[in-house]
Design a protein around this ligand. Structure first.
Ligand code: PGA
Length: 251
């Protein structure tokens, strides 16, 4: 079901104590009457304690990544059942930093998506063009290919477990944001692309988040666009006051 979502991707930030401090601040400060699902994604080592800490709150946790295999000799990796066994039911897949620094390609992401779905997990599937793609007017093609090659093999029924996160690489951590109009233009294109393959009910139901330098001063305008259903927030999710202000921008 299409819903507003604001998710904080903490990346490789916050040790155990800092994680607890930030969660406590969020529990204190986040509004209870906002019509949005609120998600935080701390690092793997702090996920279990975060899931416990947030158990009776309106905040849920997500993992930032996951391996595609069920188990085995994959030193340093984390499986889906490890996540679900500690109460984590959502995973971010395909973040541009995973694609760029850890060489995750569309085929690998497609198999990670399959594994997550087979464990009934919710997937926040990230994709977005690089600056050169936009400069060459290839941004729509790039986004369409990322969706087709990494995600569109799933069944129609699986879409209820999918959240899309459009994150133009040139806007991530750069302070450079897509304008609300650029975000809307791309989100509309994404929804129409989903519609053309899976039909209107899927297209209307899927939540499409925008990510890339969302801050308290630009969140409201971006979220006000009709095809933007919330945000995936990096840097600004690390400060409770900023994250709360962004969540309030959804109203
Ligand atoms: P940013 O990161 O908000 O720091 O640009 C967004 C993301 O990587 O999801």
């Amino acid at each position: 079901m299409r819903r507003n979502i604001v998710a904080g991707n903490w990346k490789m930030n916050k040790n155990a104590e800092e994680t607890e401090d930030l969660l406590n601040e969020l529990i204190d400060k986040l509004p209870h009457d906002v019509e949005a699902q609120i998600i935080v994604a701390p690092t793997f080592v702090n996920l279990s304690s975060a899931a416990d800490h947030l158990e009776f709150t309106n905040i849920t946790v997500a993992a930032q990544n996951m391996h595609q295999a069920e188990s085995g000799a994959y030193t340093g990796e984390i499986s889906a059942s490890m996540l679900t066994s500690i109460g984590v039911r959502t995973v971010i897949l395909g973040h541009s930093e995973r694609r760029a620094y850890f060489h995750e390609n569309d085929a690998l992401l497609a198999s990670k998506v399959d594994t997550a779905l087979s464990h009934d997990m919710e997937v926040i599937f990230c994709f977005g063009e690089e600056l050169k793609d936009r400069q060459n007017n290839q941004h729509f093609n790039v986004v369409e290919n990322q969706l087709r090659d990494g995600l569109f093999h799933i069944s129609k029924a699986s879409w209820e477990h999918i959240v899309l996160a459009y994150e133009p690489v040139w806007a991530i951590g750069t302070g450079e944001t897509a304008s609300p109009e650029q975000a809307q233009e791309m989100h509309h294109f994404i929804r129409e692309t989903v519609r053309s393959v899976f039909g209107s009910d899927v297209a209307e139901d899927v939540s499409i988040l925008y990510g890339g330098s969302v801050k308290p001063d630009n969140a409201k305008e971006i979220f006000s666009k009709p095809d933007v259903d919330g945000g995936l927030i990096g840097g600004a999710a690390l400060k409770a006051d900023d994250f709360v202000a962004i969540v309030n921008g959804i109203r």
